[in-house]
Design a protein around this ligand. Structure first.
Ligand code: NAD
Ligand code: GLY
Length: 361
């Protein structure tokens, strides 16, 4: 097992990474009080709830469970209320601990519930998808979707601890593994050229779910995320770099309809678009862009999107949270392994980066 810390002063917290971890022993110091609410969904409950429930029971805690329906479309106010209902019906108080057992949807919702129930209670993340292990469980962004925009309602709520066990990735659907791998590749492209080389060498074994290699990949990603979050918890600067490919990706997701492409799939093609625009700025060369496409394809990720009329694509990009004073800012690559936030590109170059990575009409 390896342990990393997110250094946030008195809110410093550990990320435990390994295979078949003893979660009861590891989490015991981070559960204040006697009441534990496990928030999960129907899919994850069927696979892992009894194991984790037994772990908390071993610690003598009073356990309650809230099982939500599975899916991004349920990341809304109605389902959030079910968590509050469960907490109140169980008679839980301010000393309780909310545990998120699931992927990013459950992590974001349970975290937001923990941030707001009785103005904030203890929170633990047990991420069960690759995406949530390398990204969403670390850093404290929590929230729900609004009909007018994804992740528009939320709060920063850091967990007390994160436990990423490679064992749970065994049951992850192939497409979800690939989607999580897009976020892994993202870290390499944005800040770690050595990691990109390592991924190029190890991608076939990672896609075969070699647990030691997966643990190494999760560790390297979390180390980067922990450093970035410690430097810029509320995204005033550097943390925005974690959104490489996301502004393009959100446009793809929005146009196609949420759920048609997974977030990681859209981010994958979005990173190709960002790389293409970076090439047009003279920062990357053609071979660099080929490498970006190749590593994504190795992870079975799409590198072109269906045809989307460019005016509509640009319209969706204009709604991005990174638009500042009406100006679109994008995360682009000075080099492979070095991302920057940048707004000096021509409209023609932006359009070319989109249209050259789409299928024809
Ligand atoms: P998800 O939570 O929907 O999980 C994907 C699917 O895998 C679901 O059907 C889930 O039930 C299933 N699943 C989960 N664990 C499983 C397992 N071990 N075995 C089998 N099936 C399993 O999706 P996700 O990709 O984990 O997360 C996406 C969400 O995360 C989005 O809502 C996104 O906005 C959010 N997100 C948040 C942050 C953040 O910083 N808070 C960062 C990135 C993404
Ligand atoms: N997933 C982006 C962030 O946590 O900032």
């Amino acid at each position: 097992m390896q342990t990393l810390y997110v250094e946030l002063g008195t809110r410093r917290y550990p990320i435990f990474i390994g295979q078949s971890l003893d979660s009861a022993e590891l989490l015991a110091p981070y559960i204040s009080g006697q009441q534990v609410m496990i928030v999960t969904n129907t899919t994850v409950a069927a696979l892992y709830l009894s194991y984790y429930q037994a772990q908390f029971e071993k610690l003598g805690k009073k356990i309650a469970v809230c099982i939500l329906p599975d899916g991004e479309k349920y990341k809304n106010f109605e389902q959030l209320h079910l968590i509050f209902d469960a907490l109140l019906e169980a008679g839980f108080n301010r000393d309780c601990t909310v545990v998120a057992l699931g992927g990013g949807v459950i992590g974001d919702m349970a975290g937001y519930a923990a941030a707001s129930f009785q103005r904030g209670v203890n929170f633990i993340q047990i991420p069960t998808t690759l995406l949530s292990q390398v990204d969403s469980s670390v850093g404290g962004k929590t929230g729900i979707n609004h009909p007018l925009g994804k992740n528009m309602i939320g709060a920063f709520k850091q967990p007390e601890a994160v436990i990423a066990d490679m064992r749970v990735l065994e049951t992850l659907p192939e497409r979800e593994l690939s989607a999580g791998m897009a976020e892994v590749i993202k870290y390499a492209l944005l800040c770690d050229a050595d990691f990109l080389l390592w991924l190029e060498q190890n991608m076939p074994a990672l896609m075969q779910r070699d647990p030691a290699l997966l643990a190494e990949a999760v560790y390297r990603c979390c180390a980067h995320k922990a450093r970035i979050v410690a430097n810029d918890e509320t995204e005033k600067g550097e943390r925005a770099l974690l959104n490489l490919g996301h502004t393009f990706g959100h446009a793809i997701e929005s146009y196609l309809g949420y759920g048609v492409w997974l977030h990681g799939e859209a981010v994958a093609t979005g990173m190709v678009m960002a790389a293409t625009l970076s090439e047009q700025l003279g920062w990357l060369n053609t071979q660099d862009v080929v490498r970006v496409k190749h590593i994504l394809a190795q992870a079975n990720l799409p590198v072109t999107c269906p045809y989307i009329p460019v005016e509509q694509f640009l319209g969706y990009m204009a709604h991005d949270k990174k638009v500042l004073n009406g100006q679109l800012r994008l995360i682009l690559l000075k080099n492979l392994g070095q991302a920057v936030i940048h707004n000096e590109f021509t409209q023609d170059a932006l359009i070319e980066s989109i249209t050259s990575n789409q299928l024809p009409a």
